[in-house]
Design a protein around this ligand. Structure first.
Ligand code: ATP
Length: 357
């Protein structure tokens, strides 16, 4: 599908004093997509979000909203709204008044405002609470009102700055579904900022992984998890093992390497790695354990295990190298591997990645 871009970030850099917060950042956010900026604290994601909102200006580069340069357009003239972690509701107003606030400022007439407020409260399942004040609500309910208020004027883009992080775990999970549904139903482009990889994988159409003020990778959740383009992404999103390997030969897409366990294998790689040392990345759940295993096979010793109900995590050791594996417990009898005993470890070459060291 060839959709218009809702947002284009072109070569954007930003320094705070001598500190470079963003360095030549480039990406596009497509219309109607749920786009997430994911990264550790300090990677620059909030700065980018604030730039799209208009609260921050890039030192160099351009920002386009539906093809139009917005760098010189003040925040209130951009059709962009933000939902904050702290809700930022007006405490002295009822919920209906909170949702109506932006519409009044935009000069909507009374009847249209009443209809829109009713519609928005219904969308976030808060119609019964219209006349309450924010103090009478739970955190999740406040966040729903903040969403209704931000969506009411029908913005072109909704920015969400870690909106779930103040909520408890159960509610956070429920709100993920609600946010996703709200995005699909309204068709508004959502730009979501989080440091929580699970939130990002669960909700997003596409994710931009940010690290050290740069875009490390952009892709669908599946691409980010299964095909990390570098060590930073493999490490930040999900668990992984990193093994040092010797590269014997390499092309743009594959590297033939000697593993620390003695085998010579051919493994996909996102970029051509030079002959010499590189890193083999393999997720714990891609390692098969047992008496007979599929694929590349080596022997390890079970050092420790951690039973977690649905899964068991294992710490293994082979030739002085630590290996993390995890297995789903499909039945009560699944968890049969004993600490201190030898076990075969196997993996399919295609499930690993060779990354530049
Ligand atoms: P967090 O999740 O902790 O909010 P973040 O990825 O959103 O992190 P930003 O808030 O974008 O990161 O900040 C990026 C870097 O720029 C940080 O090192 C931060 O300290 C710095 N920074 C941000 N705003 C300012 C400012 N106004 N003055 C000085 N430094 C700033």
């Amino acid at each position: 599908m060839n959709r218009e871009n809702a947002v284009e970030v072109i070569d954007v850099s930003k320094n705070f004093g001598s500190y470079q917060a963003l360095s030549s950042v480039n990406f596009e956010i497509r219309e109607n997509e749920f786009f997430t900026m994911l990264g550790p604290s300090g990677c620059g994601k909030t700065t980018l979000l604030r730039m799209i909102a208009g609260f921050e200006t890039p030192d160099t580069g351009r920002l386009l909203l539906h093809g139009r340069d917005i760098v010189d357009i003040p925040p209130h003239k951009r059709r962009v709204n933000t939902v904050f972690q702290s809700y930022a509701l007006f405490p002295h107003m009822t919920l209906a008044q909170n949702v109506a606030f932006g519409l009044e400022n935009m000069g909507w007439d009374k009847a249209r405002i009443t209809a829109r407020v009713g519609e928005m409260l219904e969308r976030v399942h808060m119609s019964a609470f219209a006349n309450r004040k924010p103090a009478q609500l739970s955190g999740g309910q406040r966040q729903r009102i903040a969403l209704a208020r931000a969506l009411a004027p029908n913005p072109e883009v909704l920015l969400l700055d870690e909106p779930l992080s103040a909520l408890d775990l159960k509610l956070r999970q429920a709100m993920r579904d609600e946010l996703r549904t709200l995005q699909r139903d309204t068709g508004i482009t959502f730009v979501f900022v989080t440091h929580d990889q699970e939130e990002a994988l669960d909700m997003s159409d596409r994710i931009a992984v940010l690290g050290s003020g740069e875009v490390q990778q952009i892709g669908t959740p599946l691409q980010i998890y299964e095909e990390p383009s570098n060590r930073f992404v493999a490490d930040f999103v999900g668990e992984t093992n990193f093994f040092e390997v010797d590269v014997l030969k390499a092309t743009e897409k594959t590297a033939t390497v000697r593993t620390p366990f003695g085998q010579v294998i051919s493994v996909p790689s996102p970029t051509q790695v030079p002959v010499g040392k590189a890193t083999l990345s393999i997720r714990p759940e891609k390692l098969n354990l047992g008496d007979q295993v599929e694929g590349v096979d080596f022997l390890a010793e079970v050092v420790k295990k951690q039973y977690l109900g649905g899964y068991t995590h294992y710490l293994l050791s082979a030739g002085g190298v630590e290996i993390r594996a995890s297995r789903r417990n499909a039945s009560r009898e699944s968890d049969t591997i004993a600490v201190g005993s030898p076990v075969h470890v196997g993996f399919i070459e295609g499930s690993a990645r060779v990354l530049a060291a």
